[in-house]
Write a protein that binds this ligand. Structure first.
Ligand code: ZN
Length: 181
């Protein structure tokens, strides 16, 4: 397994639309293992392949408290959406920034598992937010796209300044650590 490098906003590679996975083979399973290791180490609760510069439709998620409930979604698709929910979101690709974003409250999702079998799941709460956030990544979209252009510009400047000064932008935000997707 390997820790992969996570791309940060405003890296243009985060805008790439990921390709469908044709067959779930060992290469995909290795990618998934590496993505879990990278996500747990960050730490985060979700990671899309786009964020590690692999442009295939693969998402890993673990919303459990003790990092012991890994879930894999290959070629994920939202079949239906219900309700509206607004929560604070953070993102491993936009470190140290937390903003309120509106999402569907409940969704039905279809995806392939690690054996290539199709499954469907009804989800709500944090997992529903997380899946919607990660599918956005696969489509080249970031949570900051839901904010006003002015706010997005401020975030871009803040991150660029932190990078120039070599600061760790995620430092000093431990209370949000478990919600970074
Ligand atoms: Zn994210």
């Amino acid at each position: 397994m390997a820790i992969l490098n996570i791309l940060h906003f405003p890296d243009s590679r985060l805008r790439t639309r990921a390709q469908e996975v044709d067959s779930v083979d060992d290469q995909v399973r290795t990618l998934v293992a590496d993505m879990f290791q990278t996500m747990y180490q960050a730490p985060g609760i979700g990671l899309a392949a786009t964020q590690v510069n692999v442009h295939r439709r693969v998402v890993v998620i673990d919303v459990s408290e003790h990092q012991d409930a890994p879930q894999v979604f290959i070629n994920p698709e939202i079949l239906s959406r219900e309700g509206v929910e607004e929560t604070d979101e953070g993102c491993l690709s936009v470190p140290g920034i937390y903003e309120r974003v509106q999402r569907a409250e409940r969704i039905r999702v279809r995806a392939l598992d690690l054996e290539g079998n199709s499954f469907e799941l009804d989800v709500d709460g944090l997992l529903a937010v997380c899946i919607q956030h990660e599918i956005d990544h696969l489509d080249g979209k970031l949570f900051v796209d839901y904010l006003s252009p002015l706010k997005r510009q401020r975030i871009r400047k803040k991150l660029e300044k932190q990078r120039r000064h070599g600061e760790d932008p995620a430092a000093g935000e431990p209370s949000h650590a478990e919600r970074v997707i």
